[in-house]
Design a protein around this ligand. Structure first.
Ligand SMILES: [Fe+2]
Ligand SMILES: [Fe+2]
Length: 313
């Protein structure tokens, strides 16, 4: 995986109090605003193989990830909201409000993208239903604390992927169509902004390290297997997959991506360490840069915003 050393996103070197995070005596104060935004119009022009060079696997992988998000994020919201009334720290409570606001908008925008992908022949709506069914079934059998542990683990996944999107220009370019890049950039920024919220709620309610680490070990394998199977299922429905040489050329390109590099998986595994905290990896400078680039005075996504609300406790 490319690290935070590229031109657009230098490695943060000063962990003390950059924009968006104020590290107090022992408590981080994070700004987690709810940005009401709409990508719907720009997503209407997305073509079937929207990834760079019309790449087959990249298009299907991005489509599959998008189909996991809306119901996955609804599950995150329910898992965290369940404990909201038990949180006494007003700062964490304020962050929870921001987390719920951000995840709700992510779900809505990815549903719009998934609708467009379904028009193009991707099985995104069927996958959404499958995820909804699986997570609802999980909630029926598992205690709320494990749901929160699952959420914290998956938030580490999204934070790791977010850092990749924000720090690796080549990775962003591989997404191809500008509307897809914008959608994932905005989502990545907000995942980085709220990356520790579910984790801090888990700690605040007394969640154990043993359950947290054990949950991640299960989730990591399950997420990888399910995603691969879904991508294969999506590819099998696409006529382009059967065009001589197309899949092979795409696979050659895919082998160069961070998904098959050790660094990404090491970063995911760092969660298994006792005492781990999402802020161990300082992305505050990266977040500050992208806030300015996307939503600052000359922000490239300002025209898509309808409103921004600071989270209240
Ligand atoms: Fe999200
Ligand atoms: Fe998230």
């Amino acid at each position: 995986m490319a690290t935070t050393t590229k031109e657009t996103s230098p490695t943060p070197t000063a962990p003390a109090a950059p924009a968006g995070v104020d590290k107090g005596a022992d408590k981080a104060v994070r700004d987690v605003p709810t940005r009401r935004i709409s990508f719907e119009e720009s997503l209407r022009s997305v073509p079937k193989h929207f990834a760079a060079d019309g790449d087959l696997i990249a298009s299907h992988l991005i489509a599959t990830l998008s189909s996991l998000f809306p119901d996955g994020e609804d599950f995150f919201v329910r898992s965290v909201r369940h404990y909201r009334s038990q949180i006494s720290d007003p700062e964490l409570k304020r962050q929870v409000t921001g987390f719920i606001g951000q995840e709700s908008v992510h779900g809505r925008e990815h549903r719009a993208f998934n609708d467009r992908l379904a028009e193009l022949g991707y099985p995104t709506k069927r996958y959404e239903q499958l995820v909804r069914w699986a997570l609802t079934a999980r909630e029926k059998v598992g205690p709320p604390q494990v749901n929160l542990a699952v959420t914290a683990a998956l938030e580490h996944f999204t934070a790791t992927l977010a850092e990749l999107v924000l720090s690796d220009e080549d990775f962003r370019n591989r997404m191809g169509h500008p509307a897809v890049r914008d959608l994932f950039l905005w989502h990545a920024l907000e995942e980085a902004e709220h990356k520790a919220v579910a984790f801090d709620v888990y700690r605040a309610i007394g969640g154990s390290e043993r359950v947290r680490i054990w949950t991640m070990k299960v989730i990591r394998k399950a997420f990888a297997v399910v995603t691969v199977l879904m991508v294969i299922g999506s590819l099998l429905r696409d006529r382009a997959t059967y065009r001589p040489g197309t899949l092979r050329a795409s696979w050659r390109r895919f082998k160069q991506t961070p998904f098959l590099q050790r660094q990404l998986w090491d970063q995911l595994r760092s969660y298994d360490r006792r005492g781990f905290h999402p802020d161990d990896r300082d992305t505050t400078e990266l977040v500050a840069q992208w806030r300015e680039a996307l939503f600052g005075a000359e922000g490239t996504l300002n025209d898509k915003l309808t409103s921004v609300a600071a989270a209240a406790a």
